[in-house]
Design a protein around this ligand. Sequence first.
Ligand code: GDP
Length: 329
Amino acid sequence: MTSAVENGTGQGFSFAGKKVWITGHRGMLGSALVRSFESEGAELLLCSRQELDLSSQRDVNDWVQANKPDLVFHAGAKVGGIYANSVAPADFLYANLMIECNVIHAAYQNGVKKLVFVASNCTYPTVAPQPISEESLMTGKLDANIRSYAVSKIAGIELCMAYRKQYGCEFVSVIPPNLYGPGDNYHPEHSHVVAGIMRRAHEAKLNGAKEFIVWGDGTPRREILHVDDLAAAMKYVMCTPTSHDLFNVGYGKDFSISELATHIAGVVGFEGRIQYDTSKPNGTMGKLLDSSRIRQTGWSPVIDEVTGLKSAYADFLNRSKQSGTAGRF
Ligand code: GDP
């Protein structure tokens, strides 16, 4: 992958010799960030959940004080898809508020030079002008299925803005659309849309089924982004001086869930029908991001959905083979 620096950005900026803390480095986004740092010459600071509990204020303070990161990519969060969020809102709200407060406050107290925080497209109101610009944040009601997680991510954005305003910290947030790619979670109920559909299409193919289940009625529209594009954008934001404190990072086009399911079924090679499970929530009807702010600074995504979905499925097959579970990992 082209590094953010090679990409013509952040002239004069180098990660070489810098201490870079990537929170959540075992998750899909964190591991994409780690991959992208292979040849940057940075000193990566990586801690598993067993080594450092991000929800413990004391542990985070002690660790940050001892390790003194220069830069922080804050990708660590409790994440799950629309259904997981709808049934466990307290868990998502509590864990993410705690993690954000601890990491962001410790970064401020320990003189971190820059922090990039990843939020979510669910922070935008259910009814917002499409494509949704950064200006739409906190202008309306949130989707009830995912409101707790959205509020936690809004709090993270607001924390970054507040520390910037009060203390001059260079803390910037990014809002991606629905993510997919290598390292995704394919849990049958807790996964995000691309992973959930991919898994069921794959299982239907293996089982010789005539149809596979897609949640909702297929009409909501979603923009998807390959996780390597988001990692590249976060590095770009990290090394590019900016007066903005928030960037949408989208691919620039959306699909109805039924179009998306058809694409995914094509990549998987399943030729049967789609059956809709309308007992599962549709969520917000449209979430296309207006990413002109980051585009104007010079960054754009490079992984289209055809290439991206194929690479995600290749990773799915590989992991499924390694675990010997035919996709049931
Ligand atoms: P996500 O669940 O975090 O990907 O995010 P959204 O809140 O954007 O909702 C996902 C949309 O995809 C909703 O309209 C769902 O009804 C629809 N969908 C269809 N099949 C699936 C699936 O298998 N998993 C998930 N998470 N969503 C699905």
